[in-house]
Design a binder for this molecule. Structure first.
Ligand SMILES: NC(=O)c1ccc[n+]([C@@H]2O[C@H](COP(=O)([O-])OP(=O)(O)OC[C@H]3O[C@@H](n4cnc5c(N)ncnc54)[C@H](OP(=O)(O)O)[C@@H]3O)[C@@H](O)[C@H]2O)c1
Length: 263
């Protein structure tokens, strides 16, 4: 895109706060490289303003779609006209397409993006025993996608244990053959250790799991993107583990999101 004109197609990312997002740069670089007459803009909307923003999106005829991120992924579900099976199961969405008639159709790519990110680095999750720290929106989506990908076992550990137990219950119902259980801070006995909590965003954060139980045969994956090397990844590297960065999940999601929105 060399300039915005009257026929430029509009895409957006909706968040609050918004200053840290890097999705507009990624999409706009992509649009330019493809010669697509489209632009992605950041839109800051708070929780109270979200229903009005969605009503406005329905009326915007040159809007292709938008990405939804923290803190709106859960509340966006009830504001859309159609939600994918994954979005309904996870109870959260992160990408919305505006149809020509104004209907808003949503999907959730956090889990699929994480699994695609692993595969992009030649890590096949099928058959592995996974330790998953976290039971929030991203962790739920990742757990579901890992189970779909055919992992052998999935242990979920979360500060609020009730949320881990509820996730395990859902996994057991949906995937009866999967060895799903809730666990404590130690990742011992697992092949792939995943941090899907928000711990690591700030340098003062506690570690999301007991790193003294990490052994060199384990792969340790982050979903935090900034900083690229979290304290968990530093500790894992020090113990000889292979590490997998948070940005691979986003890189792979971009492709899925773009295809879904038709951008
Ligand atoms: N790489 C990517 O593409 C990508 C995509 C999506 C999200 N993310 C990152 O993933 C992180 C989580 O996102 P989300 O949407 O899942 O958020 P969320 O739904 O708010 O969940 C946050 C999770 O972190 C845990 N947690 C937060 N503070 C904690 C603390 N002080 N001690 C222990 N556990 C704590 C929560 O535990 P409780 O349940 O006990 O509160 C929960 O499991 C975010 O930081 C985001 O940056 C990355």
């Amino acid at each position: 895109m060399s300039e915005i004109t009257g026929s430029t197609r509009l895409f957006a990312i909706v968040a609050d706060p918004i200053g840290h997002v890097r999705t507009p740069q990624v999409f706009n670089t992509r649009f330019a490289a493809q010669g697509t007459d489209a632009v992605m803009v950041p839109i800051q909307v708070d929780a109270a303003g979200l229903p009005a923003a969605f009503a406005a999106f329905r009326a915007m005829r040159n809007l292709g779609g938008f990405i939804v991120t923290v803190p709106h992924k859960t509340s966006a579900v009830a504001l859309c006209d159609e939600v994918s099976e994954v979005g309904r199961e996870v109870g959260a969405v992160n990408t919305v397409r505006r149809e020509a008639d104004g209907r808003l159709v949503a999907d959730m790519f956090d889990g699929e993006g994480f699994v695609a990110g692993l595969r992009s680095q030649a890590i096949e999750p099928a058959g592995r025993r996974i330790y998953l720290a976290g039971a929030g929106g991203a962790a739920n989506a990742i757990a579901l996608s890992l189970a779909r990908a055919g992992v052998a076992g999935l242990t979920v550990a979360n500060r609020t244990t009730r949320k881990a137990e509820e996730l395990v219950e859902r996994l057991r119902k949906r995937f009866p053959g999967l060895d799903a259980r809730s666990g404590g801070a130690s990742p011992a006995g697992h092949d792939l250790v995943v941090n899907a909590t928000s711990l690591g965003l700030s340098p003062d954060d506690a570690l999301p799991l007991d790193v003294s139980a990490l052994t060199r045969d384990m792969i340790v994956a982050e979903i935090i993107m900034k900083p690229e090397e979290t304290r968990l990844l530093r500790e894992a590297t020090r113990r000889g583990c292979r590490v997998h960065l948070g940005r691979h999940m986003l890189d792979c999601q971009i492709e899925l999101m773009a295809r879904f929105m038709g951008g």
